[in-house]
Design a protein around this ligand. Sequence first.
Ligand code: NAD
Ligand code: TYD
Length: 330
Amino acid sequence: MKILVTGGCGFIGSQFVRLVLDEGHEVVNVDKLTYAGNPENVADVADDPRYSFVHADIADHEAMRQAVAGVDAVVNMAAESHVDRSILDPAAFPMTDVVGTAVILGAAREAGVGRFVQVSTDEVYGSIPSGQFRETDPLQPSSPYSASKAGGDLQVLAAHHTYGMDVVITRGSNTFGPRQYPEKLIPLFVTNALEDQPLPVYGDGLQIRDWIHVTDHCTGIWTALREGVAGEVYNVGGGHEATNLHITERILELTGKDDRLVTHVADRPGHDRRYALDTTKLRGLGWEPRSSMDEALADTVAWYTAHSAWWKPIKSGEYRAYYETQYGDR
Ligand code: NAD
Ligand code: TYD
């Protein structure tokens, strides 16, 4: 197959590009190269004859019309992906996550692409105090990010209902691993700890996330692409529930730093307290997450420790300005 992956220079996208090539297929990577897109993330496959790169915005209809020509499937991962940035600048999010999704979806439909996979998030369901979200639960997003992702999901489901398009949606839980931009909890805290900088815990730090390693998230998307039923949604959760404070303590242990680095700062506005996913439906297609949380977190810390040449250049320039705005007087 020839598979078009959007956002392939980002964290999950670059891992998914490698998975598709390992499975023996061709990849077209469409990426706008925003602050989060890094060509180094796919440098190891850039010379593979089965890999090609298109520098474009998924909201650019003409560019998408050209990019989708001759592809068998589209996996749409391109997004503005960070909740805190969405709180600072909400308008940027629907441009890619809703309009961009609608544009590439339309281009895929016009070209008769066989399958469209929308990579979404558990955050579209909102927060759940106990139990686990199922795919049939209502969408109750609470941040500008999750509201935009929910808008993307609805565009994709509407294309199935209106035009009979073959679409599948995955809703992944909080993902971690190598090459994650150091604005999200785990890479931010690991790289700050390595530099003896404060770890800014929002509020009481007792918020819970359902963590999944990036390799398991990618096999989940792959399973939905290959085995999923058209028009269906599949939760992709690792099932490793942990409070932010627990993750913080583990990072301190793994980096050999002491807890004086922990700084409780003002809580995130509208902060979702807990996410948890029921993954029975995707497991029914033969998928299961394989990583142990302890080992995968240790491997992730080891990766950041060994790859300061990857993250140190990122933590300058645009990043410093963002960091100052986000954490400066928190
Ligand atoms: P990321 O921020 O690391 O990467 C996003 C990529 O998309 C970047 O390469 C960026 O350049 C590209 N991009 C952004 N806007 C674009 C546009 N308009 N056109 C083309 N390319 C554009 O994101 P990630 O963490 O790898 O997330 C990938 C997908 O998975 C997103 O759709 C996100 O909503 C979803 N997701 C992420 C997580 C997580 O924990 N990271 C969890 C569940 C779902
Ligand atoms: P994040 O990685 O931003 O993912 P999401 O908001 O999509 O779940 O945050 C994970 C959790 O960590 C969330 O409860 C917010 C919290 N957090 C902090 O306490 N401090 C931080 O500096 C960041 C970035 C996140």
